[in-house]
Design a protein around this ligand. Structure first.
Ligand code: DX5
Ligand code: ZN
Length: 221
């Protein structure tokens, strides 16, 4: 396990879009490490969010790591634009990439970190061949498309299984988990092997996001 403390990545999807700058400031004040940007195309997932223009606006007003989660078909078309927009790491979906190895090498050639995400219904075995090439895996603990869904309990076992896989194949791999993360389940997912917790609703809709962030970040192995 390469990391010393739990990484918190608020998902901007749950922020107030009329107050993006102050939402970003809240995340910074709360000690968030990454800012998670959910890009949806209405084809890979049944929802549409935003593109490089918004990511660029977000990146221009923060020093947090911009963690871009592409839930789009044929992501290769747009990867370069999202890097130019200020993304520090780009995650694509295994289910959306027929030439995953090529896509990952392309992301890395642009000088940013490369991640692969898998849906709750996709087995970890689909990542075995690519795992040594990855900086991070983003395990979906809800079906992607919307914030505010309930955590799927089988994601815990999947996190444990990935933690085992990385020992053999890529000890430096960062395990991130995305969907339905709360103060209540943070400790369990970190104990299972997660290094980075994505939290949309639990963070931005909290009565006191700073306190919520501290509780989530306090989860430790
Ligand atoms: C779901 C997105 C998630 C989502 C997380 O498709 O990838 O990042 O915004 O939101 P919560 O924490 O509300 O489940
Ligand atoms: Zn996401």
């Amino acid at each position: 396990m390469p990391l010393t403390s739990t990484i918190l990545a608020p998902s901007i999807l749950s922020a107030d879009f009329t107050q993006l700058r102050s939402s970003i400031e809240i995340a910074e004040k709360a000690g968030a490490d990454w800012l998670h940007c959910d890009v949806m195309d209405g084809a890979f997932v049944p929802n549409i969010t935003f593109g490089p223009l918004i990511v660029q606006a977000i990146a221009s007003c923060t020093k947090m790591i911009i963690d871009t989660h592409l839930m789009i078909v044929n992501p290769d078309r747009f990867i370069e634009e999202f890097v130019k927009a200020g993304s520090h790491q780009i995650t694509v979906h295994q289910e959306a990439c027929p030439h995953l190895h090529r896509t990952i090498q392309f992301i890395k050639s642009l000088g940013v970190k490369a991640g692969v995400s898998i849906n709750p219904g996709t087995p970890l075995s689909t990542l075995e061949a690519i795992l040594p090439d990855l900086d991070l895996v983003l395990l979906m603990s809800v079906n992607p498309g919307f914030g505010g869904q309930k955590f799927i309990p089988s994601s815990i076992g999947k996190t444990r299984q990935l933690d085992e896989m990385r020992k053999q194949l890529n000890p430096e791999l960062v395990i991130a988990i995305d969907g339905g993360i709360t103060e209540e389940n943070a400790q369990e997912v970190v104990s299972a092997g997660a290094d980075a917790l994505i939290a949309g609703t639990a963070f931005f809709k909290a009565a006191d996001p700073v306190k919520t962030a501290a509780r989530i970040k306090a989860a430790s192995r």
